[in-house]
Ligand binder design. Structure first.
Ligand code: MG
Length: 264
């Protein structure tokens, strides 16, 4: 893994020869990680460059987030963009709308689990169970560090019946547990699905680029390992990542997006 700007001149000539298809994660990539998800606000500068890239790139820009589709659309607030919400369980582009059938079936269970978790975890100060309709996020960033082990125990105990009956799939991100439908689906598979639906998954001229910061983005880095470029947001090299390059923070992402726009 190399810092992207150290390889910029080579990358720029590749970009000029190919058709870039740009996928961007939101939290931790376009906005810094903050204490509560509602505080993650897109800067006008980033919104503006994304809008310009969306107009210039033949397949536009796709935002790929763990947030619900309605929430991520509201946060980014650009009409002509493509959006992948809920880790790919719901997607919307200017040409299509998609909801994973298993995610639709999961909505009733998610509601039930949410109510149970609220009861089971209410003594933990700072816990936030986010209802994303077809998935749930249990954010514990604001829970005292000394409480986290006990919280994890209580969380897993509440989830036990659902895990046993294979009714859920649990994943772990930055200070968040995700409760998802019991199907193998996520950012990697949804990016692959979109590339196929665009008819470019075997097109040697297409260059998909995915920028993300968290564990759930690794699926997309893996999918693009051979046919595209993964860029991870991390303060230093991460040898465990499948991404080819890294950028240090949201500020460097803005610089990269501006460079990309100029090189088109
Ligand atoms: Mg992220």
């Amino acid at each position: 893994m190399k810092h992207l700007f150290d390889s910029w001149s080579a990358l720029k000539s590749t970009i000029r020869k190919k058709e870039v298809i740009l996928f961007l994660d939101y939290d931790g990539t376009l906005t810094p990680i903050v204490s509560h998800p509602r505080l993650a606000v897109l800067s006008p500068k980033i919104r503006s460059v994304i809008n310009k890239l969306n107009k210039q790139l033949p397949f536009g820009v796709t935002i790929v987030s763990g947030r619900s589709l309605s929430e991520i659309k509201r946060k980014v607030n650009l009409k002509e963009l493509s959006y992948v919400g809920n880790h790919g369980y719901e997607m919307q582009t200017p040409y299509l709308k998609y909801i994973h059938p298993e995610a639709l079936k999961f909505i009733a269970s998610a509601k039930k689990i949410q109510n149970q978790l609220k009861q089971a975890l209410k003594k933990y100060k700072g816990i936030f169970v986010e209802d994303k309709t077809m998935t749930l996020s249990v954010h514990y960033r604001n829970v005292a560090l000394s409480e986290v082990a006990s919280l994890k125990k209580a969380f897993l105990k509440a989830m036990q019946p659902y895990i046993k009956q294979r009714m859920v799939r649990l994943t772990h991100g930055k200070k968040v547990w995700e409760i998802r439908p019991p199907v193998s689906w996520g950012k990697g598979k949804s990016v692959q699905w979109l590339l196929t639906s665009l008819g470019v998954s075997d097109n040697k001229n297409a260059l998909p680029i995915f920028i993300g910061d968290d564990k759930t983005d690794e699926d997309a880095f893996k999918v693009l390992k051979k046919k595209g470029i993964g860029i991870k947001i991390c303060s230093e090299k991460d040898p465990s990542s499948a991404a080819r390059y890294y950028l240090k923070d949201t500020r460097e992402v803005l610089t990269f997006l501006n460079r990309l726009l100029k090189s088109l």
